[in-house]
Design a protein around this ligand. Structure first.
Ligand code: AMP
Length: 431
């Protein structure tokens, strides 16, 4: 029940109007400390309800009788225009019974119109770092009265190269009383650096719940022999599984393009998203998926971050993610709001040990699945250690090297960043 939170009645009225009955785990954990004014670092993925987890406390802080708008009081920074637009919508819905006004400032929109909106001094400014800085540099923006700053999808903003811009904007909000940072993953050194610089004694909430994954989503592995075999398996799955929408993850842009090309050749209605695609491609892909014109998205992790697509019930890890955190982030996109989801990882012999590390991280074993129609020869290591990892693989490699003269020649290209090396399997001859 949302009434468990000490939220203003006008906000509770909006929550009821939106038919939000039960708060999600991230809302349960983040709303009380955020209302108490604490800085927060929250690890939670898109779809967890994280937007309401920061929007409600921000609105609660600003709510009050109507008063002249003289300064921007809250800033929400996000990595992409579409995420900013989604967030504006949520802010407007939650603020519908208040006098608070929000404005959007993102790239790709008319600069002068934005400047005019900024002159009206919205209470809440939602935007992407690059464009906000442009307005700041043009003298259209003053942030020294900002009371609360939110960095949403902070890990993605850093991945997209916004670290300096984010830091500068945080410094501009020098008088702020509270900073709330949300990220989908626990991030790396860059995220730790920004956390150290912008948060004061933050409470860290981890809501990327590993346990949530298992509740609604079946997790399976299928062993595979080589990239072309993976393509066969994906083709079979997309043709035979029951799903509304599917996402196929690869670890590299090149592999995303390759898988996409393969699907298009099979007349599968698919889209591809990776770091080289621009905002227009991204928007088109997302719109088509949302409207149902396409059922399949092929994507890399960075490109897929922040996507909130309804009805996504099949995740295929064409390439196994690098670690458990990334796995949770990918697979957490299915089985939302009680719906059933299915996650399938394709495992070549060089992926086995990483897969078993991910199983240990999740404290569960994936279902081993064999599809007769596309069964390969590899079916996992002959022997496994107690940890689940393959036993004696190192020894075998040495034996192989000395036993055949072809083996080293075969392995050589794997050292280069090629399509075949990227997926952790022995390279194919024909490519
Ligand atoms: P988010 O993770 O903030 O992008 O939210 C994902 C979706 O869940 C959005 O469409 C929200 O409107 C919806 N949502 C968030 N919290 C709740 C809730 N407590 N009850 C029902 N729907 C919710």
């Amino acid at each position: 029940m949302f009434s468990q939170f000490d939220l203003h009645e006008r906000l509770l009225k909006a929550v009821a109007e939106l038919n939000f009955t039960e708060p999600t785990p991230v809302q349960v954990e983040a709303i009380p400390p955020a209302l108490a004014g604490r800085d927060l670092r929250v690890t939670a993925q898109t779809g967890s309800g994280k937007t309401a987890a920061f929007v409600l406390p921000v609105l609660n802080r600003l709510i009050g009788p109507a008063r002249p708008r003289v300064s921007i009081r809250a800033v929400i920074l996000l990595p992409t225009r579409e995420l900013a637009q989604q967030t504006l919508k949520q802010v407007e819905r939650f603020a519908q019974f208040t006098f608070l006004k929000a404005a959007l400032v993102t790239g790709g929109e008319d600069f002068k119109v934005q400047a005019a909106n900024l002159r009206r001094c919205p209470d809440i400014l939602i935007g992407t770092p690059g464009r906000l800085l442009e307005h700041l540099n043009a003298g259209h923006l003053e942030l020294n009265e900002v009371e609360v700053l939110v960095l949403d999808e902070a890990d993605r903003m850093l991945d997209m190269g916004f670290a300096e811009d984010v830091e500068r904007l945080c410094n501009e909000c020098a008088g702020r009383q509270q900073t709330l940072l949300f990220s989908a993953t626990t991030g790396g050194a860059a995220l730790r650096d920004i956390i150290g610089k912008v948060l004061k004694d933050p409470q860290h909430l981890m809501v990327n719940s590993v346990t949530d994954l298992s509740a609604n989503t079946r997790q399976q592995i299928i062993t595979v022999d080589h990239p072309a075999h993976k393509e066969q398996v994906v083709q079979w799955l997309l043709a035979n599984e029951t799903y509304r929408k599917a996402i196929v993850f690869t670890n590299t842009r090149a592999m995303a393009d390759r898988v996409y090309g393969h699907l298009v050749a099979l007349e599968v209605k698919a889209f591809v998203l990776h770091g080289e695609k621009d905002m227009k491609d991204r928007k088109l892909a997302i719109d088509r998926l949302k409207q149902g014109g396409a059922k399949v998205l092929v994507a890399t992790d960075v490109a897929a971050r922040g996507l909130d697509i309804d009805g996504l019930d099949l995740v295929i890890n064409f390439d196994l993610p690098h670690n458990g955190d990334e796995y949770v982030h990918r697979v957490g996109r299915t089985g939302r709001a009680g719906a059933e989801g299915l996650a399938i990882s394709l495992i070549g012999h060089l992926d086995w040990n990483r897969m078993s590390s991910i199983e240990r991280y999740l404290k569960q074993q994936f279902e081993r699945r064999v599809i007769k129609e596309v069964k390969g020869t590899y079916s996992g290591p002959k022997k496994v250690k107690a940890s689940g990892k393959a036993a004696g693989t190192k020894k075998k490699k040495v034996e192989k090297k000395t036993a055949t003269s072809k083996a080293p020649a075969k392995r050589k290209p794997a050292a280069k960043p090629s399509l075949s090396s990227a997926d952790g399997m022995a390279p194919l001859k024909k490519r």
